[in-house]
Design a protein around this ligand. Structure first.
Ligand code: NAP
Length: 558
Protein backbone atom coordinates (compact mmCIF):
# COMPACT_ATOMS: atom_id res chain seq x y z
CA UNK A 1 0.00 0.00 0.00
CA UNK A 2 1.04 3.61 -0.47
CA UNK A 3 2.34 5.52 2.54
CA UNK A 4 0.21 8.57 1.96
CA UNK A 5 -1.73 7.84 5.16
CA UNK A 6 -0.68 7.16 8.76
CA UNK A 7 -2.05 3.63 8.57
CA UNK A 8 -3.48 1.29 6.00
CA UNK A 9 -6.40 0.56 8.27
CA UNK A 10 -7.78 2.17 11.40
CA UNK A 11 -10.13 0.03 13.43
CA UNK A 12 -12.45 1.76 15.86
CA UNK A 13 -13.14 -0.43 18.88
CA UNK A 14 -11.05 -2.94 20.81
CA UNK A 15 -13.75 -5.47 21.67
CA UNK A 16 -13.93 -8.95 20.22
CA UNK A 17 -14.48 -7.57 16.70
CA UNK A 18 -11.65 -5.02 16.84
CA UNK A 19 -9.23 -7.53 18.33
CA UNK A 20 -9.88 -10.08 15.62
CA UNK A 21 -9.72 -7.43 12.90
CA UNK A 22 -6.32 -6.35 14.21
CA UNK A 23 -5.08 -9.94 14.30
CA UNK A 24 -6.16 -10.65 10.73
CA UNK A 25 -5.12 -7.34 9.20
CA UNK A 26 -1.71 -7.50 10.83
CA UNK A 27 -1.21 -11.04 9.56
CA UNK A 28 -2.00 -9.79 6.06
CA UNK A 29 0.84 -7.30 6.37
CA UNK A 30 -1.22 -4.14 6.81
CA UNK A 31 -0.30 -1.34 9.16
CA UNK A 32 -3.18 -1.12 11.63
CA UNK A 33 -4.14 1.08 14.54
CA UNK A 34 -7.03 0.26 16.85
CA UNK A 35 -8.59 3.16 18.71
CA UNK A 36 -10.46 2.14 21.85
CA UNK A 37 -12.36 4.39 24.26
CA UNK A 38 -11.88 2.07 27.23
CA UNK A 39 -8.68 1.57 29.15
CA UNK A 40 -8.35 -2.05 28.01
CA UNK A 41 -9.67 -4.70 25.62
CA UNK A 42 -12.98 -6.55 25.86
CA UNK A 43 -15.65 -4.14 24.61
CA UNK A 44 -19.03 -5.24 25.97
CA UNK A 45 -17.29 -7.38 28.57
CA UNK A 46 -15.07 -4.51 29.62
CA UNK A 47 -17.99 -2.14 30.25
CA UNK A 48 -20.73 -4.44 31.53
CA UNK A 49 -19.22 -5.43 34.86
CA UNK A 50 -22.39 -5.22 36.87
CA UNK A 51 -22.99 -7.98 39.42
CA UNK A 52 -24.57 -10.99 37.74
CA UNK A 53 -23.40 -10.14 34.20
CA UNK A 54 -22.90 -13.27 32.15
CA UNK A 55 -23.29 -14.53 28.61
CA UNK A 56 -26.42 -16.21 27.27
CA UNK A 57 -24.50 -18.37 24.77
CA UNK A 58 -22.47 -21.39 25.99
CA UNK A 59 -18.81 -20.41 26.32
CA UNK A 60 -17.45 -23.32 24.29
CA UNK A 61 -19.42 -21.77 21.42
CA UNK A 62 -18.99 -18.10 22.37
CA UNK A 63 -15.26 -18.18 21.72
CA UNK A 64 -12.96 -17.46 18.82
CA UNK A 65 -12.53 -20.17 16.22
CA UNK A 66 -9.56 -18.68 14.36
CA UNK A 67 -6.82 -20.32 16.41
CA UNK A 68 -6.62 -24.05 17.05
CA UNK A 69 -4.06 -23.46 19.79
CA UNK A 70 -6.35 -21.01 21.57
CA UNK A 71 -9.22 -23.48 21.40
CA UNK A 72 -7.06 -26.18 22.94
CA UNK A 73 -5.46 -24.18 25.72
CA UNK A 74 -8.32 -22.16 27.20
CA UNK A 75 -10.36 -23.59 30.10
CA UNK A 76 -13.90 -22.34 30.70
CA UNK A 77 -14.99 -22.77 34.32
CA UNK A 78 -18.74 -22.71 33.62
CA UNK A 79 -21.02 -23.71 30.79
CA UNK A 80 -22.32 -20.12 30.50
CA UNK A 81 -19.50 -17.89 31.65
CA UNK A 82 -19.71 -14.89 33.91
CA UNK A 83 -18.36 -11.51 32.79
CA UNK A 84 -15.02 -11.75 34.70
CA UNK A 85 -14.17 -15.04 32.94
CA UNK A 86 -15.03 -13.68 29.50
CA UNK A 87 -12.95 -10.58 30.15
CA UNK A 88 -10.09 -12.81 31.32
CA UNK A 89 -10.38 -14.64 27.99
CA UNK A 90 -10.26 -11.35 26.06
CA UNK A 91 -7.13 -10.37 27.99
CA UNK A 92 -5.55 -13.73 27.32
CA UNK A 93 -6.20 -13.32 23.58
CA UNK A 94 -4.68 -9.83 23.66
CA UNK A 95 -1.56 -11.15 25.41
CA UNK A 96 -1.22 -14.33 23.42
CA UNK A 97 -1.34 -12.54 20.06
CA UNK A 98 0.48 -9.45 21.31
CA UNK A 99 -2.40 -7.21 20.27
CA UNK A 100 -2.01 -4.35 22.73
CA UNK A 101 1.00 -2.81 20.97
CA UNK A 102 -1.30 -1.67 18.16
CA UNK A 103 -4.22 -0.60 20.32
CA UNK A 104 -4.46 2.95 21.57
CA UNK A 105 -6.60 2.91 24.72
CA UNK A 106 -8.51 5.77 26.37
CA UNK A 107 -9.07 7.15 22.89
CA UNK A 108 -12.61 8.05 21.91
CA UNK A 109 -13.20 8.80 18.24
CA UNK A 110 -15.42 11.83 17.71
CA UNK A 111 -14.99 12.44 13.98
CA UNK A 112 -14.57 10.10 10.99
CA UNK A 113 -14.32 12.09 7.77
CA UNK A 114 -13.79 10.94 4.21
CA UNK A 115 -11.18 13.12 2.51
CA UNK A 116 -12.47 12.78 -1.00
CA UNK A 117 -9.59 14.10 -3.02
CA UNK A 118 -7.09 11.93 -1.19
CA UNK A 119 -9.42 8.94 -0.84
CA UNK A 120 -8.49 8.66 2.81
CA UNK A 121 -10.33 8.51 6.10
CA UNK A 122 -9.41 11.04 8.74
CA UNK A 123 -10.21 10.16 12.33
CA UNK A 124 -10.32 12.76 15.06
CA UNK A 125 -10.13 11.77 18.70
CA UNK A 126 -11.67 13.46 21.72
CA UNK A 127 -8.30 15.06 22.56
CA UNK A 128 -8.10 16.47 19.02
CA UNK A 129 -5.47 14.14 17.62
CA UNK A 130 -5.89 13.38 13.92
CA UNK A 131 -4.99 10.12 12.18
CA UNK A 132 -5.51 9.02 8.60
CA UNK A 133 -5.96 5.67 6.93
CA UNK A 134 -7.04 4.24 3.60
CA UNK A 135 -9.63 2.00 5.18
CA UNK A 136 -11.70 2.42 8.28
CA UNK A 137 -13.32 -0.49 10.10
CA UNK A 138 -15.99 0.45 12.61
CA UNK A 139 -15.90 -2.36 15.18
CA UNK A 140 -17.94 -0.32 17.61
CA UNK A 141 -20.35 -3.01 18.84
CA UNK A 142 -24.10 -3.33 18.70
CA UNK A 143 -24.79 -2.66 22.38
CA UNK A 144 -22.14 -0.16 23.36
CA UNK A 145 -23.93 3.15 23.88
CA UNK A 146 -25.77 3.05 27.20
CA UNK A 147 -29.25 4.55 27.14
CA UNK A 148 -30.00 6.74 30.13
CA UNK A 149 -33.54 8.09 30.04
CA UNK A 150 -33.97 11.78 30.50
CA UNK A 151 -36.02 11.67 33.72
CA UNK A 152 -37.03 14.99 35.28
CA UNK A 153 -34.60 16.01 38.01
CA UNK A 154 -32.19 13.16 37.22
CA UNK A 155 -29.14 15.33 37.88
CA UNK A 156 -30.38 16.39 41.30
CA UNK A 157 -29.90 12.95 42.86
CA UNK A 158 -27.18 13.23 45.49
CA UNK A 159 -26.61 9.50 45.94
CA UNK A 160 -24.49 7.30 43.69
CA UNK A 161 -25.66 6.80 40.09
CA UNK A 162 -24.61 3.68 38.16
CA UNK A 163 -25.45 2.23 34.75
CA UNK A 164 -25.18 -1.49 34.12
CA UNK A 165 -23.64 -0.74 30.71
CA UNK A 166 -20.77 1.34 32.13
CA UNK A 167 -20.21 -0.18 35.53
CA UNK A 168 -17.09 1.06 37.37
CA UNK A 169 -13.83 -0.88 37.21
CA UNK A 170 -13.31 -0.82 40.94
CA UNK A 171 -15.52 -2.91 43.28
CA UNK A 172 -18.82 -1.29 44.25
CA UNK A 173 -20.00 -1.99 47.79
CA UNK A 174 -23.76 -1.86 48.28
CA UNK A 175 -23.76 -3.30 51.73
CA UNK A 176 -26.13 -1.37 54.02
CA UNK A 177 -27.36 0.74 51.09
CA UNK A 178 -30.86 1.43 49.85
CA UNK A 179 -30.60 0.68 46.15
CA UNK A 180 -33.07 1.38 43.37
CA UNK A 181 -32.86 -0.13 39.91
CA UNK A 182 -34.75 1.06 36.83
CA UNK A 183 -35.17 -1.52 34.09
CA UNK A 184 -35.98 -5.22 33.87
CA UNK A 185 -34.38 -6.30 30.58
CA UNK A 186 -31.50 -8.82 30.42
CA UNK A 187 -29.15 -6.59 32.41
CA UNK A 188 -31.69 -5.73 35.11
CA UNK A 189 -32.84 -9.33 35.45
CA UNK A 190 -29.26 -10.50 35.90
CA UNK A 191 -28.36 -7.73 38.34
CA UNK A 192 -31.50 -7.75 40.51
CA UNK A 193 -30.88 -11.03 42.41
CA UNK A 194 -27.25 -10.03 43.07
CA UNK A 195 -28.11 -6.51 44.21
CA UNK A 196 -30.84 -7.87 46.47
CA UNK A 197 -28.34 -10.20 48.14
CA UNK A 198 -26.02 -7.32 48.95
CA UNK A 199 -28.14 -4.24 49.52
CA UNK A 200 -30.05 -3.42 52.65
CA UNK A 201 -33.10 -2.83 50.50
CA UNK A 202 -33.70 -3.04 46.76
CA UNK A 203 -36.50 -1.22 44.97
CA UNK A 204 -37.14 -2.47 41.44
CA UNK A 205 -38.77 0.06 39.12
CA UNK A 206 -40.37 -2.01 36.38
CA UNK A 207 -42.03 -0.52 33.31
CA UNK A 208 -42.58 -3.63 31.18
CA UNK A 209 -42.53 -7.10 32.75
CA UNK A 210 -40.12 -9.53 31.16
CA UNK A 211 -40.24 -13.15 30.00
CA UNK A 212 -37.24 -14.77 31.63
CA UNK A 213 -36.31 -18.42 32.01
CA UNK A 214 -33.77 -20.07 34.32
CA UNK A 215 -30.23 -20.14 32.98
CA UNK A 216 -28.04 -23.22 32.92
CA UNK A 217 -25.88 -22.97 36.06
CA UNK A 218 -23.62 -25.94 35.49
CA UNK A 219 -19.90 -25.92 36.08
CA UNK A 220 -17.91 -27.01 33.03
CA UNK A 221 -17.24 -30.73 33.03
CA UNK A 222 -13.66 -31.32 31.84
CA UNK A 223 -14.78 -34.34 29.80
CA UNK A 224 -17.28 -32.19 27.88
CA UNK A 225 -14.65 -29.54 27.25
CA UNK A 226 -12.22 -32.19 26.02
CA UNK A 227 -14.81 -33.57 23.66
CA UNK A 228 -15.45 -30.11 22.26
CA UNK A 229 -11.73 -29.64 21.76
CA UNK A 230 -11.51 -32.90 19.91
CA UNK A 231 -14.30 -31.88 17.54
CA UNK A 232 -13.73 -28.15 17.15
CA UNK A 233 -13.19 -28.16 13.35
CA UNK A 234 -16.53 -29.91 12.93
CA UNK A 235 -18.18 -27.67 15.55
CA UNK A 236 -17.04 -24.46 13.84
CA UNK A 237 -18.43 -25.79 10.59
CA UNK A 238 -21.73 -26.61 12.32
CA UNK A 239 -21.83 -23.05 13.72
CA UNK A 240 -21.36 -21.54 10.29
CA UNK A 241 -24.26 -23.66 9.03
CA UNK A 242 -26.57 -22.97 11.93
CA UNK A 243 -29.24 -20.28 11.83
CA UNK A 244 -28.02 -18.58 15.01
CA UNK A 245 -24.35 -19.55 14.80
CA UNK A 246 -24.57 -22.13 17.59
CA UNK A 247 -23.51 -25.67 16.69
CA UNK A 248 -25.67 -27.45 19.22
CA UNK A 249 -22.93 -30.08 19.31
CA UNK A 250 -23.91 -32.86 21.70
CA UNK A 251 -21.00 -34.50 23.45
CA UNK A 252 -21.48 -38.24 23.16
CA UNK A 253 -18.72 -39.87 25.17
CA UNK A 254 -18.86 -37.55 28.14
CA UNK A 255 -22.64 -37.60 28.44
CA UNK A 256 -22.99 -41.36 28.07
CA UNK A 257 -21.79 -42.23 31.55
CA UNK A 258 -23.44 -39.26 33.22
CA UNK A 259 -27.12 -40.06 32.77
CA UNK A 260 -29.02 -41.29 35.78
CA UNK A 261 -32.60 -42.39 36.14
CA UNK A 262 -35.30 -42.69 33.53
CA UNK A 263 -35.06 -40.48 30.44
CA UNK A 264 -37.77 -37.83 30.33
CA UNK A 265 -40.58 -38.37 27.85
CA UNK A 266 -40.04 -36.29 24.75
CA UNK A 267 -42.23 -33.25 24.17
CA UNK A 268 -45.03 -33.18 21.62
CA UNK A 269 -44.16 -30.99 18.62
CA UNK A 270 -47.15 -28.70 18.95
CA UNK A 271 -47.98 -26.87 22.16
CA UNK A 272 -51.63 -26.66 21.06
CA UNK A 273 -51.92 -30.44 21.29
CA UNK A 274 -51.68 -30.06 25.08
CA UNK A 275 -54.37 -28.67 27.40
CA UNK A 276 -53.60 -25.57 29.46
CA UNK A 277 -53.35 -27.76 32.59
CA UNK A 278 -50.85 -30.04 30.82
CA UNK A 279 -48.74 -27.07 29.77
CA UNK A 280 -48.68 -25.72 33.31
CA UNK A 281 -47.79 -29.15 34.68
CA UNK A 282 -44.93 -29.30 32.19
CA UNK A 283 -43.67 -25.93 33.36
CA UNK A 284 -43.88 -27.04 36.99
CA UNK A 285 -42.00 -30.21 36.19
CA UNK A 286 -39.29 -28.72 33.94
CA UNK A 287 -39.23 -24.92 34.54
CA UNK A 288 -40.41 -22.01 32.41
CA UNK A 289 -37.66 -22.77 29.90
CA UNK A 290 -39.57 -25.76 28.57
CA UNK A 291 -41.93 -23.43 26.72
CA UNK A 292 -39.12 -22.28 24.44
CA UNK A 293 -38.75 -25.82 23.13
CA UNK A 294 -41.97 -25.54 21.10
CA UNK A 295 -40.79 -24.03 17.79
CA UNK A 296 -44.33 -23.14 16.71
CA UNK A 297 -44.63 -20.47 19.40
CA UNK A 298 -42.45 -18.15 17.31
CA UNK A 299 -44.63 -18.20 14.22
CA UNK A 300 -48.19 -19.13 15.24
CA UNK A 301 -49.93 -16.43 17.33
CA UNK A 302 -52.29 -18.98 18.89
CA UNK A 303 -49.43 -21.25 19.94
CA UNK A 304 -47.59 -18.19 21.18
CA UNK A 305 -50.47 -17.11 23.39
CA UNK A 306 -50.84 -20.66 24.73
CA UNK A 307 -47.19 -20.54 25.79
CA UNK A 308 -47.58 -17.03 27.23
CA UNK A 309 -50.55 -18.17 29.35
CA UNK A 310 -48.65 -21.17 30.68
CA UNK A 311 -45.72 -18.90 31.42
CA UNK A 312 -47.89 -16.50 33.44
CA UNK A 313 -49.37 -19.37 35.41
CA UNK A 314 -45.84 -20.63 36.08
CA UNK A 315 -44.82 -17.23 37.46
CA UNK A 316 -47.88 -17.07 39.73
CA UNK A 317 -46.60 -20.28 41.31
CA UNK A 318 -43.07 -18.93 41.83
CA UNK A 319 -43.90 -15.64 43.52
CA UNK A 320 -45.46 -15.81 46.99
CA UNK A 321 -47.34 -12.51 47.03
CA UNK A 322 -50.17 -12.68 44.47
CA UNK A 323 -50.23 -8.88 43.93
CA UNK A 324 -46.47 -8.84 43.21
CA UNK A 325 -46.80 -11.87 40.95
CA UNK A 326 -49.56 -10.17 38.97
CA UNK A 327 -47.34 -7.13 38.38
CA UNK A 328 -44.55 -9.36 37.10
CA UNK A 329 -46.67 -10.98 34.39
CA UNK A 330 -45.94 -9.89 30.82
CA UNK A 331 -49.29 -9.37 29.16
CA UNK A 332 -48.83 -6.83 26.39
CA UNK A 333 -46.55 -8.86 24.10
CA UNK A 334 -45.54 -12.46 23.54
CA UNK A 335 -42.56 -14.73 23.98
CA UNK A 336 -40.10 -14.34 21.11
CA UNK A 337 -40.67 -10.62 20.53
CA UNK A 338 -37.55 -9.60 22.42
CA UNK A 339 -34.20 -11.23 23.00
CA UNK A 340 -34.86 -14.11 25.38
CA UNK A 341 -33.71 -13.28 28.89
CA UNK A 342 -32.04 -15.89 31.11
CA UNK A 343 -31.84 -15.52 34.87
CA UNK A 344 -30.67 -16.99 38.12
CA UNK A 345 -33.29 -16.66 40.86
CA UNK A 346 -35.13 -13.70 39.35
CA UNK A 347 -38.65 -14.53 40.53
CA UNK A 348 -37.45 -15.94 43.88
CA UNK A 349 -35.84 -12.55 44.55
CA UNK A 350 -39.31 -11.00 44.84
CA UNK A 351 -40.01 -13.34 47.75
CA UNK A 352 -37.28 -11.64 49.80
CA UNK A 353 -38.26 -9.20 52.56
CA UNK A 354 -35.76 -6.59 51.37
CA UNK A 355 -37.13 -6.28 47.82
CA UNK A 356 -39.99 -4.05 46.66
CA UNK A 357 -41.42 -4.02 43.16
CA UNK A 358 -42.81 -0.76 41.82
CA UNK A 359 -44.99 -1.16 38.74
CA UNK A 360 -44.36 2.02 36.78
CA UNK A 361 -47.39 1.42 34.61
CA UNK A 362 -49.68 2.05 37.57
CA UNK A 363 -47.30 4.16 39.66
CA UNK A 364 -45.08 6.11 37.22
CA UNK A 365 -41.91 8.00 38.00
CA UNK A 366 -42.78 11.67 38.55
CA UNK A 367 -39.23 12.89 39.09
CA UNK A 368 -35.84 12.07 40.52
CA UNK A 369 -35.29 13.92 43.77
CA UNK A 370 -32.00 14.56 45.63
CA UNK A 371 -32.79 11.69 48.00
CA UNK A 372 -34.59 9.21 45.80
CA UNK A 373 -37.20 8.49 43.16
CA UNK A 374 -40.63 10.04 43.40
CA UNK A 375 -43.43 8.01 41.90
CA UNK A 376 -47.15 8.81 41.95
CA UNK A 377 -47.45 7.09 45.33
CA UNK A 378 -44.60 9.00 47.03
CA UNK A 379 -40.84 9.30 47.46
CA UNK A 380 -38.70 6.14 47.60
CA UNK A 381 -35.54 7.06 49.55
CA UNK A 382 -32.37 5.73 47.96
CA UNK A 383 -28.61 5.84 48.42
CA UNK A 384 -27.81 4.33 45.03
CA UNK A 385 -29.73 4.48 41.75
CA UNK A 386 -28.89 1.92 39.08
CA UNK A 387 -29.98 2.41 35.50
CA UNK A 388 -30.45 -0.92 33.72
CA UNK A 389 -32.09 0.91 30.87
CA UNK A 390 -30.32 -0.66 27.93
CA UNK A 391 -28.57 0.75 24.91
CA UNK A 392 -29.01 2.82 21.80
CA UNK A 393 -28.53 -0.43 19.94
CA UNK A 394 -26.92 -1.21 16.60
CA UNK A 395 -26.79 2.32 15.22
CA UNK A 396 -25.95 4.32 18.39
CA UNK A 397 -22.18 3.96 18.29
CA UNK A 398 -21.97 4.59 14.53
CA UNK A 399 -24.11 7.71 14.72
CA UNK A 400 -22.09 9.07 17.63
CA UNK A 401 -18.77 8.71 15.83
CA UNK A 402 -19.42 11.77 13.65
CA UNK A 403 -19.07 9.93 10.34
CA UNK A 404 -18.99 12.09 7.19
CA UNK A 405 -18.80 10.52 3.76
CA UNK A 406 -18.61 11.66 0.18
CA UNK A 407 -19.80 15.23 -0.45
CA UNK A 408 -19.70 15.87 3.30
CA UNK A 409 -22.89 13.87 3.86
CA UNK A 410 -23.19 12.78 7.45
CA UNK A 411 -24.25 9.29 8.40
CA UNK A 412 -26.79 10.87 10.74
CA UNK A 413 -28.44 12.57 7.78
CA UNK A 414 -28.30 9.50 5.58
CA UNK A 415 -29.89 7.40 8.33
CA UNK A 416 -32.43 9.96 9.48
CA UNK A 417 -35.27 7.61 8.47
CA UNK A 418 -33.46 4.50 9.67
CA UNK A 419 -30.26 2.62 8.89
CA UNK A 420 -29.51 1.54 5.33
CA UNK A 421 -26.44 -0.59 4.66
CA UNK A 422 -25.49 -3.27 2.18
CA UNK A 423 -25.17 -6.60 4.03
CA UNK A 424 -24.53 -4.57 7.18
CA UNK A 425 -20.95 -4.33 5.90
CA UNK A 426 -20.80 -1.08 3.96
CA UNK A 427 -22.83 2.05 3.39
CA UNK A 428 -23.28 3.76 0.06
CA UNK A 429 -21.65 7.19 0.05
CA UNK A 430 -18.97 6.03 2.50
CA UNK A 431 -16.25 4.36 0.39
CA UNK A 432 -13.71 2.11 2.09
CA UNK A 433 -15.53 2.31 5.40
CA UNK A 434 -16.68 -1.02 6.80
CA UNK A 435 -18.96 -1.87 9.69
CA UNK A 436 -18.63 -5.09 11.66
CA UNK A 437 -22.04 -6.63 12.46
CA UNK A 438 -23.78 -3.51 11.21
CA UNK A 439 -27.55 -3.12 10.70
CA UNK A 440 -28.82 -5.54 8.08
CA UNK A 441 -26.53 -8.39 9.19
CA UNK A 442 -27.46 -11.29 11.52
CA UNK A 443 -25.29 -9.77 14.30
CA UNK A 444 -27.31 -9.77 17.52
CA UNK A 445 -29.54 -12.62 16.33
CA UNK A 446 -26.45 -14.76 16.04
CA UNK A 447 -23.67 -15.99 18.27
CA UNK A 448 -21.72 -12.71 18.14
CA UNK A 449 -18.30 -14.33 17.95
CA UNK A 450 -19.30 -16.33 14.89
CA UNK A 451 -20.92 -13.28 13.28
CA UNK A 452 -17.83 -11.18 14.04
CA UNK A 453 -15.39 -13.68 12.55
CA UNK A 454 -17.48 -13.99 9.39
CA UNK A 455 -17.64 -10.20 8.96
CA UNK A 456 -14.00 -9.55 9.74
CA UNK A 457 -12.89 -12.32 7.36
CA UNK A 458 -15.06 -10.84 4.61
CA UNK A 459 -13.69 -7.33 5.20
CA UNK A 460 -10.03 -8.37 5.40
CA UNK A 461 -10.34 -10.55 2.29
CA UNK A 462 -11.99 -7.64 0.53
CA UNK A 463 -9.18 -5.25 1.43
CA UNK A 464 -6.63 -7.78 0.17
CA UNK A 465 -8.59 -8.21 -3.06
CA UNK A 466 -8.64 -4.45 -3.64
CA UNK A 467 -4.93 -4.24 -3.13
CA UNK A 468 -4.11 -7.19 -5.32
CA UNK A 469 -6.25 -5.82 -8.13
CA UNK A 470 -5.15 -2.21 -8.01
CA UNK A 471 -8.54 -1.01 -6.83
CA UNK A 472 -8.73 2.22 -4.92
CA UNK A 473 -12.15 2.12 -3.41
CA UNK A 474 -15.21 0.01 -2.78
CA UNK A 475 -18.69 1.19 -1.97
CA UNK A 476 -22.20 -0.26 -2.34
CA UNK A 477 -24.33 0.83 -5.26
CA UNK A 478 -27.39 2.67 -3.91
CA UNK A 479 -29.78 0.27 -5.67
CA UNK A 480 -28.04 -2.81 -4.22
CA UNK A 481 -28.20 -1.26 -0.78
CA UNK A 482 -31.88 -0.47 -1.18
CA UNK A 483 -32.64 -4.01 -2.36
CA UNK A 484 -30.83 -5.45 0.63
CA UNK A 485 -32.71 -3.20 3.07
CA UNK A 486 -36.00 -4.28 1.44
CA UNK A 487 -34.97 -7.90 1.75
CA UNK A 488 -34.07 -7.44 5.45
CA UNK A 489 -37.52 -5.93 6.07
CA UNK A 490 -39.27 -8.59 4.06
CA UNK A 491 -37.81 -11.53 6.00
CA UNK A 492 -38.64 -9.83 9.29
CA UNK A 493 -42.26 -9.24 8.31
CA UNK A 494 -44.71 -11.64 9.93
CA UNK A 495 -42.26 -12.84 12.61
CA UNK A 496 -42.89 -12.34 16.33
CA UNK A 497 -40.12 -9.74 16.29
CA UNK A 498 -42.23 -7.33 14.29
CA UNK A 499 -45.66 -8.15 15.76
CA UNK A 500 -47.63 -4.92 16.30
CA UNK A 501 -47.54 -5.56 20.07
CA UNK A 502 -43.77 -5.89 20.08
CA UNK A 503 -41.52 -3.02 21.13
CA UNK A 504 -37.88 -3.99 21.32
CA UNK A 505 -34.47 -2.47 20.84
CA UNK A 506 -34.20 -4.58 17.66
CA UNK A 507 -36.76 -2.11 16.30
CA UNK A 508 -35.21 0.95 17.91
CA UNK A 509 -38.41 1.22 19.98
CA UNK A 510 -36.52 1.77 23.24
CA UNK A 511 -35.11 5.14 22.15
CA UNK A 512 -37.42 8.09 21.86
CA UNK A 513 -37.55 9.46 18.31
CA UNK A 514 -35.53 6.59 16.81
CA UNK A 515 -37.03 5.40 13.50
CA UNK A 516 -38.88 2.11 13.98
CA UNK A 517 -37.05 -0.31 11.67
CA UNK A 518 -36.18 -3.93 12.34
CA UNK A 519 -32.38 -3.68 12.24
CA UNK A 520 -30.81 -7.16 12.31
CA UNK A 521 -31.13 -9.71 9.49
CA UNK A 522 -33.53 -12.44 10.55
CA UNK A 523 -32.87 -14.76 7.58
CA UNK A 524 -30.24 -16.71 9.49
CA UNK A 525 -26.47 -16.92 9.30
CA UNK A 526 -26.14 -19.63 6.59
CA UNK A 527 -28.36 -17.79 4.10
CA UNK A 528 -26.61 -14.53 4.88
CA UNK A 529 -23.11 -16.01 4.66
CA UNK A 530 -23.90 -17.71 1.36
CA UNK A 531 -25.11 -14.37 -0.04
CA UNK A 532 -21.90 -12.66 1.11
CA UNK A 533 -19.83 -15.40 -0.54
CA UNK A 534 -21.87 -15.33 -3.75
CA UNK A 535 -21.38 -11.59 -4.01
CA UNK A 536 -17.62 -12.04 -3.81
CA UNK A 537 -17.71 -14.84 -6.41
CA UNK A 538 -19.58 -12.48 -8.71
CA UNK A 539 -16.76 -9.93 -8.46
CA UNK A 540 -18.34 -7.97 -5.58
CA UNK A 541 -21.77 -7.71 -7.15
CA UNK A 542 -23.69 -4.68 -5.93
CA UNK A 543 -20.50 -2.80 -5.06
CA UNK A 544 -18.80 -0.18 -7.12
CA UNK A 545 -15.07 -0.83 -7.34
CA UNK A 546 -12.99 2.04 -8.61
CA UNK A 547 -9.55 1.31 -10.05
CA UNK A 548 -6.83 3.78 -9.13
CA UNK A 549 -6.88 5.19 -12.67
CA UNK A 550 -10.58 6.06 -12.51
CA UNK A 551 -10.13 8.17 -9.44
CA UNK A 552 -7.11 10.03 -10.80
CA UNK A 553 -9.00 10.74 -14.03
CA UNK A 554 -12.02 12.01 -12.12
CA UNK A 555 -9.84 14.21 -9.97
CA UNK A 556 -8.13 15.81 -12.95
CA UNK A 557 -11.57 16.58 -14.45
CA UNK A 558 -12.71 18.33 -11.26
P1 NAP B 1 -33.14 -3.62 27.49
O1 NAP B 1 -33.44 -5.01 27.13
O2 NAP B 1 -33.37 -2.56 26.49
O3 NAP B 1 -33.95 -3.30 28.81
C1 NAP B 1 -34.01 -2.00 29.32
C2 NAP B 1 -34.99 -1.94 30.45
O4 NAP B 1 -35.04 -0.59 30.92
C3 NAP B 1 -36.40 -2.33 30.05
O5 NAP B 1 -37.02 -2.99 31.11
C4 NAP B 1 -37.04 -0.96 29.81
O6 NAP B 1 -38.43 -0.93 29.95
C5 NAP B 1 -36.39 -0.16 30.92
N1 NAP B 1 -36.45 1.26 30.66
C6 NAP B 1 -35.87 1.94 29.66
N2 NAP B 1 -36.18 3.25 29.76
C7 NAP B 1 -36.98 3.38 30.83
C8 NAP B 1 -37.63 4.48 31.44
N3 NAP B 1 -37.54 5.70 30.94
N4 NAP B 1 -38.37 4.26 32.55
C9 NAP B 1 -38.46 3.02 33.05
N5 NAP B 1 -37.90 1.94 32.51
C10 NAP B 1 -37.15 2.13 31.42
O7 NAP B 1 -31.60 -3.45 27.94
P2 NAP B 1 -30.64 -4.51 28.64
O8 NAP B 1 -31.33 -5.20 29.73
O9 NAP B 1 -29.38 -3.81 28.95
O10 NAP B 1 -30.38 -5.57 27.51
C11 NAP B 1 -30.08 -5.18 26.19
C12 NAP B 1 -29.50 -6.35 25.45
O11 NAP B 1 -28.17 -6.56 25.86
C13 NAP B 1 -30.18 -7.67 25.69
O12 NAP B 1 -31.36 -7.82 24.97
C14 NAP B 1 -29.10 -8.64 25.27
O13 NAP B 1 -29.02 -8.76 23.89
C15 NAP B 1 -27.86 -7.92 25.76
N6 NAP B 1 -27.54 -8.44 27.10
C16 NAP B 1 -27.24 -9.77 27.15
C17 NAP B 1 -26.98 -10.32 28.35
C18 NAP B 1 -26.65 -11.76 28.38
O14 NAP B 1 -25.91 -12.25 27.58
N7 NAP B 1 -27.20 -12.51 29.26
C19 NAP B 1 -27.02 -9.57 29.51
C20 NAP B 1 -27.32 -8.23 29.42
C21 NAP B 1 -27.59 -7.67 28.19
P3 NAP B 1 -39.36 -1.10 28.64
O15 NAP B 1 -39.24 -2.53 28.27
O16 NAP B 1 -40.69 -0.67 29.09
O17 NAP B 1 -38.78 -0.18 27.59
Amino acid sequence: MTKESDYDVIVVGGGFAGMYALYRLRNQGHSVRVLEAGSDVGGTWFWNRYPGARCDVPSLEYSYGFSKELEQEWDWPEVFSAQPDILRYANHVADRFDLRRDIQFNTRVVGVTYLETQNLWQLRTEDNAVLTSRFCVMATGCLSVPNKPDLPGADSFTGRVLHTGSWPNEPVSLSGQRVGIIGTGSSGVQAIPELAREAEHLTVFQRTPVYTVPANRNRMRPAVQDEFREHYPQIREMQRNNFGGVSGFQPVKSVAHKSTGEPRPSLPKDILSLTHAERVALVEDRSLAVLLAFPGIYSDPQANEAANEAYREGVRRLVNDPATAEKLLPKTYGLGCKRQVLDRDYYATFNRDNVTLVDLMEDPIVSIQPTGVETGSGLRQLDVLVYATGFDAMTGALLRAGIKGRGGETLNNKWRHGPAAYLGLQISGFPNLFTVTGPGSPSVLCNMLVAIEQHVDWIVDCISYLEENGIDSIEPLPEAEEQWVNHVNEVARGTMYTAPTCNSWYLGANIEGKPRIFMPYVGGLPRYRERCEEIVMQGYAGFELKPARARSANQSKN
